[in-house]
Design a protein around this ligand. Sequence first.
Ligand code: GAP
Length: 539
Amino acid sequence: MPAVSMDQIVSLCKRRGLIFPGSEIYGGLQGAYDFGPLGVELKNNIISDWWRTNVYERDDMEGIDAAILMNRLVWKYSGHEETFNDPLVDCRSCKMRWRADHIQGRCPNCGSADLTEPRPFNMMFKTQVGPVPEGGNFAYLRPETAQGIFTNFANVLATTSRKLPFGIAQVGKAFRNEINPRNFLFRVREFEQMEIEYFVMPGSDEEWHQRWLEARLDWWERIGVPRSRISIYDVPPDELAHYSKRTYDLMYEYPSLGAQEIEGIANRTDYDLGSHSKDQASLGLTARVNPNEDSTARLTYYDPESKRHIVPYVIEPSAGVGRCFLAVLCEAYAEEMTKAPAPERLQPVADALAAFLKSAGKSEKISPEHRDAILAQGQALAENLAERLPEIEPLLAMPGADQIELGKKLRGQAQPVLDEHYRTVLRLRPRIAPVKVAVFPLKRNHEQIVATAKQIRRQLQAESGMRTVYDDTGAIGKLYRRQDEIGTPFCVTVDFDTLGDGNDPSLKGTVTVRDRDTMAQERVPIAELQAYLQEKLRA
Ligand code: GAP
């Protein structure tokens, strides 16, 4: 079962250093996060998987990496200066600012309905270029990576001799001055995009749009987000971006947030190449574009069959790395029983839960709406306590639950049972797991066992490129739990048998390999370890 609340994921990311709030030692900066040691591995693995699937495993793709800072004219002709706006409202009572389409006519901070009329707020960040702050000396931080692909269309075409259809992929930072960054990595001001601009013959665009929809759903499945958890939103005409003929938004069912966009797949027609091109009048464009007096290039493709220069249509699959990171964690997250607790261990927890719910039912400190939600959740839990014990923490994190004094007692009763009989495990696809292998010595003060374990770690990482860690900071059971929690697919233990000092001399030169998902253990000769792990990690 995937994560049941976003709090579980936020808490895991904090606990294990996947994500840190940006500039934390100075009080942070809203809408900016840093990826920690495990976070950067997971993020890089997601990006490489996307690149491998979309560039290396196809015959029709090139990649680029364009500069973040671009000539301001790019954003004039792309339409962003004019239209990349969100509707901003001010609350006249508490002075907070909100995005009008994110609130229901009332200030979420103070509840007042005394709001200003919405006014357009351009989301592009400006930065000064050069030492003198004169009027025109500024650039925008790009709000999407896409424009770097369009402005390089002619360069890529000239240097690769590609024929239509073909695509250009790019992964990079984008910046948006969101009015209200929120929901952890979901809506931030600095993020990364994985974008493809796929150029096709006009007339074949609708077919290619469908093909890309299928290809992208396949990738999400491959990375660990099944189709059954993604819905396709066919964006209605009145909600389409200014460049789009049709857009499919892939909506992932995030716990606590509901269905939210993880990727947009747009048919951008000939809008972008047409907008950035000179001689527009002679191009036979179908999109309505602003007249371009500044471009020095004709962004066309010579079609050898019709012997005409045409402006290709563009299909654009555009996904956010952070939203993918979150969805992958939500899907992989599980809290599960490892061995059933005896009924007498569960009874005190059941009693504490009953007392907590009774107290919640009578409490006047919480709103009726929050009370009903807590009672419904708590009763469902009580009916199947052994299976659902890990959901005690999300129950105690529900709005209003912190007002119930007996919550502390419930947590105190549940925690030791959870520690002993349950585990948190990230069932990440091995390919994207931040750490592939963890190596432990059975005894941390045994010189030869420690030296062998460290040697195995060094060799695995250096020779196979698998991120491999060494850990001797606890008993083996505890070390397994710590690796389960971050999704490490394999743990290797070096023991006395490895040295030939155990009960079974035939085990000399072998180690124990423990599988994260099945928890099964196998003896594998050290000489075959690398090949054994590589084979399994290809999954
Ligand atoms: N080039 C098209 C484009 O940028 P978009 O729908 O505005 O389209 C594409 O953005 C993807 O970028 C979204 O599906 C989302 O995954 C991600 N994204 C957009 N704004 C974001 C934000 N403020 N924080 C995190 N991710 C964001």
